[in-house]
Design a protein around this ligand. Structure first.
Ligand code: M6R
Length: 605
């Protein structure tokens, strides 16, 4: 959450800071700001709202200066207003911050007792004042280290100094930070994507590390302030390319490119000649795996939930799943024969990263299923299975979910094969079906016209309910999550069989109820649950891959996606639900790529 940029150059930097902030807006869009140095003066400009507003301010009153820092905020401490926007500057230093300082109240009291005054409600301002105090008798690097030693929590920082006008200091503990190199210009950024238009040479700071960058030089230090060397990565041409092309927004582009991204993913893992799956180098002998524990947040957690059904169906392994924010505080019994799998699009989600750290401390084997391969979670895992979806910019996760499902399915199949849990012919048949997924996804996207009509029915609704059984239950959860995060309409996802234990009380005349009923062993049972809803006046929207039922007086709308086999249906059934959330949000004029109160990558607890 929150995006940081810093540029030290031999030419004015404010326009490039603004351009990079636009790329970082997926990390936070409550407020924005920048500070540049001109003639030893910190020139700070801030606004509430989007980077566009900051750009307008700069247009009226340009900021000069060949060195500067910028920030987009997702509010944690203090409301989203101009005062709380970053940077937070004293006369001496200016600071941009991503993360949370957990002991900020304590530090604030100490500083106030010394007579120092705070302007904002943020935790960040304690950093500004601590560095300012330390600078009275130390150089910039020492004052940053002295300050870091007093801070608890996780963070990334970018710091500018009034009297040391050629340097920016960056520091990382928990939140990601990258450094970029170019001729006569060096950069600091929350991710390489923000720097991509300026350079393809990148280094990533590890936890506890600090960097000092000037236009010609970058020095790195470890947590003990010892100088270190860092590896430089060269980003490939197509890495991080994110452009919405002819689409209205990133989300629609990401929904409609799912056939392509799924194909990329399948091609990476399937050896068509050998009719086999290219997954080797398991961190643990698959035959000896005692239990698999899958961990994620939000949409990534939903893909863990689908995988639980797959792994249970295909393998003899015991499966457990958990939400990362719960897992990290449980009293767990770790077992070295367990495999802990972390699912995350960004690879920076704080709760998932913390859960991974706990596993590492307990010396158990970890695997991550990740989109951003240079991310913290990927770098800290024993084993990485990338989903190959390309940058996902829309806050609502779509193509990454499908990518996660594909990799989890492929992994389930491979484990089943190695453990002799699956018949060779069934294994090959599943691989054959997998290869049909891209075309079937394309077919599923054709439901869009009907969904546009269906979406209108949600405009006056007080809420909605998504129901499914078996692996359609997580798809119901995912459909409800998409609808609420994009359109702000209340939506509940439930196992259809659970309705009679309470949620049925919510059904009233006209309440939209989405029934997800593929052709599987639950089909008839889901129909019975649907009847219970119909009897109470619920308005039914029926989504299936079964040819059997759609026309029925009690069904307001029926949609059909292609059928491949029972196991793969969750992947195809997801598409109409993504489109539904998208079109309801569009009709309600919501900000599709940047839903209120949210951010793409949740790097705070
Ligand atoms: O980057 P991650 O996959 O770890 O993110 C996890 C969740 O924050 C994320 O899936 C979130 O729920 C999405 N906004 C849902 O669309």
């Amino acid at each position: 959450m929150c995006g940081i940029i810093g540029i030290a150059s031999n030419k004015p930097v404010s326009i490039n800071i603004i351009n990079s902030l636009k790329k970082l807006e997926y990390r936070g869009y409550d407020s924005a700001g920048l500070a540049t140095l001109t003639n030893n003066f910190i020139n700070e400009k801030k606004c509430s709202g989007r980077v566009e507003e900051l750009e307008k301010i700069l247009f009226k009153t340009p900021s000069n200066g060949n060195i500067g820092i910028g920030h987009v905020r997702w509010a944690t401490h203090g409301v989203a207003n101009v005062i709380n926007a970053h940077p937070h500057s004293s006369e001496q230093v200016s600071v941009v911050h991503n993360g949370i300082i957990e002991n900020s109240d304590e530090i604030k009291k100490e500083l106030e007792a010394k007579g120092l005054k705070f302007k904002s409600q943020t935790d960040t301002e304690v950093i500004t004042l601590l560095i300012t105090e330390a600078l009275k008798n130390s150089n910039p690097l020492d004052s940053v280290f002295k300050t870091l030693n007093k801070l608890h929590g996780s963070f990334a920082l970018g710091i500018l100094f009034k009297n040391f006008s050629d340097i920016i200091i960056g520091a990382r503990r928990g939140s990601p930070l990258a450094v970029g190199y170019s001729n006569g210009e060096n950069y600091l950024g929350s991710d390489s994507y923000a720097l991509k238009s300026m350079t393809n040479k990148i280094s990533y700071l590890d936890d506890g590390e600090v960097c000092v960058l000037s236009k010609d030089n970058v020095n790195f230090y470890d947590a003990n302030q010892k100088k270190i060397n860092k590896k430089t990565h060269i980003l490939s041409e197509n890495e991080n390319i994110a452009d919405k092309g002819e689409y209205k927004n990133f989300m629609s582009k990401e929904i409609f490119e799912q056939s392509k991204t799924a194909k990329n993913c399948i091609n990476e893992y399937i050896d068509s000649l050998k009719r086999d799956i290219n997954i080797y180098d398991f961190p643990l002998d698959p035959k000896k795996i005692n239990k698999i524990i899958l961990i994620g947040c939000g949409t990534a957690y939903h893909s863990c939930l689908v995988a639980k059904y797959w792994l249970e169906e295909l393998t003899s392994i015991d499966i457990e799943i958990d939400i990362a924010s719960e897992f990290r505080y449980r009293r767990l019994k770790f077992n070295k024969n367990n495999l802990y799998i972390f699912v995350s699009q960004s690879g920076e989600t704080a709760d998932t990263a913390a859960a991974l750290d706990i596993c590492k401390k307990n010396k158990v084997k970890t695997c991550s299923i990740i989109n951003v391969v240079e991310s913290t979670i990927a770098r800290n895992s024993d084993w990485v299975l990338p989903i190959h979806a390309g940058p996902e910019i829309g806050v609502a996760s779509t193509k990454a979910f499908i990518g996660q499902l594909l990799v989890l399915f492929i992994l389930s199949l491979k484990l089943a094969k190695i453990r002799d849990d699956i018949d060779e012919k069934i294994y090959e048949k599943n691989i054959k079906n997998l290869k049909k997924i891209p075309v079937s996804l394309q077919e599923s996207l054709k439901t869009e016209n009907n969904i546009q009509v269906m979406a209108k029915e949600f405009l006056k609704a007080k809420g909605s309910m998504f129901l499914g059984r078996g692996s359609s239950y997580p798809i119901a959860l995912e459909g409800a999550l998409k609808l609420k995060e994009l359109s702000y309409l209340h939506a509940e996802g439930y196992p259809a069989g659970e309705m009679k234990h309470g949620p049925l009380a919510l059904i009233e005349e006209g309440l939209p109820v989405i029934i997800i009923a593929p052709k599987d062993k639950y089909f008839e049972k889901t129909l019975s649950n649907m009847q219970e809803v119909i009897a109470r006046g619920g308005k039914i929207f029926f989504i299936t891959d079964n040819k059997k039922i759609i026309a029925n007086d009690n069904i307001r709308f029926g949609l059909r996606v292609p059928f491949l086999n029972n196991l793969l249906s969750p992947i195809l059934l997801t598409i109409p639900l993504q489109l539904l959330a998208y079109h309801v949000a569009l009709l309600k004029n919501c900000d599709i790529d940047k839903p209120r109160n949210l951010a793409k990558s949740v790097t705070v607890e």
